[in-house]
Design a protein around this ligand. Sequence first.
Ligand SMILES: C[S@@+](CC[C@H](N)C(=O)[O-])C[C@H]1O[C@@H](n2cnc3c(N)ncnc32)[C@H](O)[C@@H]1O
Length: 259
Amino acid sequence: MNKIKYAYKFLRHILDAKNTKGHGIHSPYLYRFTHNAIYEKNPFYVFSQIETLRENLYYDDRKIFIKDYGTGNDRESRVMDVAKTSLKKPKWAQLLFRAVNFTKAENVLELGTSLGLTTSYMASVSKDIKVTSLEGSEALAKIARENFEKLEIENIELVVGNIDETLAPTLSKLDKLDLVFFDANHQKEPVLKYFQQCLELSHAETVFILDDIHWSSSMEQAWCEIRKHEAVTATFDLFEMGIVFFNKNFPKKNYKMFL
Ligand SMILES: C[S@@+](CC[C@H](N)C(=O)[O-])C[C@H]1O[C@@H](n2cnc3c(N)ncnc32)[C@H](O)[C@@H]1O
């Protein structure tokens, strides 16, 4: 999607959302989710540790070879360039922390680790939760592991390989999924396929969070199909991310908001 079209869509989204901050949401749980996981501003102590690590990555000029199963664009890149261009910015990564915290998730799955920053945020909520994160590039996974060590985070299992092949065996080792963050392939078919696979382990309280739902028309189509899926009830469209709920007590409704 070209930049002008994307900017236009974003402006339309803001007008539609009118920064509702949860107004018009009648479900008490969804209302609290909005306030505690999306709009809450108070920092947790781990945020500054992870953000210091991010700052350091901005100066890391090591060259790595990236096998990119998402775009097919295998390339050499500097760690600093990956850190500046491929990772979720702090406010979104912190939303993930708050969502894991609010939902009291025990089993968290992430598709797309990269340097492990969002993984670190989610795993920092509690030592008792298990975070599994899938990444295709061995070189990125190596640096992500270094980062987990620097942050002294031990509750992450990193699985390296093409998610097309690693997701099924990973899911077969888990009993349930409480929260899934989809941030790997940004194309309709793989997103829908991974969504369907993860759905098998979901339950009424599970939350799926999808990145870049308006990044391309292909991603918008995936988001549209997910919203219509019979298992899905409420959805939050934050433009940059989409949040999906499955609880049958919630209305089947899409709420637009922005952060
Ligand atoms: C946007 S980055 C993830 C950023 C990370 N979640 C963060 O914000 O800290 C997406 C990652 O997904 C990986 N990826 C994309 N498609 C994949 C696939 N099919 N199998 C494995 N990894 C994949 C890429 O290598 C890339 O590192």
